[in-house]
Design a binder for this molecule. Structure first.
Ligand SMILES: NC(=O)c1ccc[n+]([C@@H]2O[C@H](COP(=O)([O-])OP(=O)(O)OC[C@H]3O[C@@H](n4cnc5c(N)ncnc54)[C@H](O)[C@@H]3O)[C@@H](O)[C@H]2O)c1
Length: 260
């Protein structure tokens, strides 16, 4: 076999990326577009997905970018976004569940509202999108889902107390396995990426603090934070035909953090 036979190209593919207006989601959208795929950017109205789409078109020549306003924690909004996209674009063959929030609070102080909100966005949102965008994939017997979990779904991070985030991300890891097992015979692969600490607005407040130096960087064998682009490459692998025999997997991309 010569070269990679174009398995890492996405020409003719249609990706839905949730939470793609910034951060890791934006980097995924840009890599997909630069690799020939069309991208639908789904995000909250306040995140201004239209501005992100303009930036993507500026950064990637001939990029095919659509946008839909969608709060992934609303099943109705997810269904409405899929229906609107299908009318404009046809069926999406790939879903990237990236949208998510972070929230720190000691377990004994966390309010029920914050607990519910975290689970609704970071776990239920992944299920809603997978079910809604997965349905036409199952019908066509072809499709692919990649969710952004976290190393926090595998270990308990320090020093920040984030029980709800950890539980939601552990749920994403098991959701990935469960959907993969159910849908493998029907042509749909389901995988996840578990990032370590990545430089985005989610982690910005910690930059330069002693806690970050001592725990985050000190606990990472590679000795630095990752970039959104480094997560996008892991996602692109799982979404590519190069991963055609991979399903139910959570690919850890954490600079080695979970080794120690
Ligand atoms: N940054 C990290 O260190 C890190 C580490 C592990 C996992 N992750 C995960 O990566 C994903 C992306 O995080 P990021 O660091 O790029 O954060 P970010 O805050 O920069 O971007 C998150 C995006 O999701 C959108 N979003 C939030 N709630 C939404 C909702 N209800 N519906 C639709 N969109 C919504 C936001 O508007 C934003 O555009 C998240 O799932 C996060 O948990 C991040």
């Amino acid at each position: 076999m010569a070269g990679n036979n174009g398995v890492f190209r996405f020409d003719g593919r249609k990706f839905v990326v949730t939470g793609a207006a910034r951060g890791i989601g934006y980097a995924i959208a840009r890599l997909v577009a630069a690799s020939g795929g069309a991208v639908a950017v789904l995000d909250l109205e306040g995140a201004n997905p239209e501005a992100a789409a303009s930036e993507l078109r500026r950064e990637v020549e001939n990029a095919e970018i659509l946008t839909e306003i969608c709060d992934v924690s609303s099943y109705d909004q997810v269904r409405a976004a899929r229906d609107a996209l299908e009318a404009r674009w046809g069926r999406a063959d790939t879903l990237i569940n990236n949208a998510g929030i972070a929230y720190n609070a000691p377990a004994e102080e966390m309010s029920v509202e914050e607990w519910d909100r975290m689970l609704k966005i970071n776990l239920s949102g992944v299920f809603y999108c997978s079910q809604v965008f997965g349905a036409p994939m199952l019908q066509e017997r072809s499709g692919c889902i990649v969710s952004i979990a976290s190393m926090s779904g595998l270990i308990v991070n320090r020093p920040q107390p984030q029980v709800a985030y950890n539980v939601a991300k552990a749920g994403v890891v098991m959701l990935t396995k469960s959907l993969a097992a159910e849908w493998a015979p029907r042509g749909v692969r389901v995988n996840a990426v578990a990032p370590g600490y990545i430089s985005t607005s989610l982690t910005r407040a910690w930059v330069g603090t002693d806690a970050m130096r001592d725990y985050w960087l000190g606990g990472t064998p590679l000795g630095r934070m990752g970039t959104p682009e480094e997560i996008a490459y892991a996602v692109a692998f799982l979404a590519s035909s190069g991963a055609s025999f991979v399903t139910g997997e959570t690919l850890v991309a954490d600079g080695g953090y979970t080794l120690w």
